[in-house]
Design a protein around this ligand. Structure first.
Ligand SMILES: [Zn+2]
Length: 209
């Protein structure tokens, strides 16, 4: 197989596109736009440059449309909800306000899951709210577990680590080694998940730092 390759630039509406012409034993031209914006063009081995240029010129309108579409997609604003990328035009505070009810229900469902598992019978109320500097609290006086709405940006396992932490305070109020022994029993990778909170790594891909 002839593997000849040629680099060539094509300009269209004042934009220059770098292209790699790949000479192949095939008939017809096939063009693809790579993620880095360069063009990959498979062309017949014996095709002349002028006939290639002529055919590529006919494809440049498509290339321009694709390029524009991709850059629009890249620029679309997003945030994370439960560790998943969600497109939105709202700022994070507005996003959190919009998800407040859903977040509270979700936190409550995770408390309902872990409490019996951890042998905890205190009938906690669960709240989701804006909190400064903390992701969760456990009030033995009001029997309330409060979770930061900000926590709802993180993946389910990160949320679970905070739920386990706050429930563990039912057994041990302080942050002694006895306390963390309970936490680690129900959340073995607790410290790794804690790091994600500290570094604001909402998604698994850690795109938002
Ligand atoms: Zn604590």
């Amino acid at each position: 197989m002839d593997m000849r390759e040629l680099r060539r630039n094509y300009s269209y509406h004042g934009v220059v596109y770098e292209a790699r012409l790949l000479f192949r034993r095939r008939s017809g031209i096939r063009l693809s736009l790579r993620r880095d914006g360069t063009l990959l063009i498979s062309v017949p081995v014996r095709a002349s440059l002028s006939s290639i240029d002529e055919q590529v010129a006919k494809m440049m309108a498509w290339v321009e449309r694709q390029t524009r579409k991709r850059s629009e997609e890249r620029e679309r604003p997003y945030t994370y909800i439960k560790g998943q990328k969600v497109e939105t035009n709202l700022n994070e505070e507005a996003v959190r306000a919009g998800y407040a009810e859903q977040a509270e229900e979700y936190f409550a469902s995770r408390v309902a899951y872990f409490a019996p598992l951890m042998g905890i019978t205190t009938p906690y109320r669960v709240k989701a709210k804006d909190m400064n500097s903390r992701v969760g609290t456990n009030s033995s006086r009001t029997k309330t577990l409060a979770f930061s709405l900000w926590l709802y940006h993180f993946s389910p396992e990160v949320i679970d680590s905070v739920v386990v932490h706050e429930l563990a305070h039912d057994r041990v109020r302080d942050h002694s080694s006895k306390f963390y022994a309970i936490v680690l029993q129900y959340c073995p990778n607790y410290w790794e998940l804690r790091k994600r909170i500290i570094s604001h790594a909402y998604g698994e891909d850690n795109e938002q730092g």
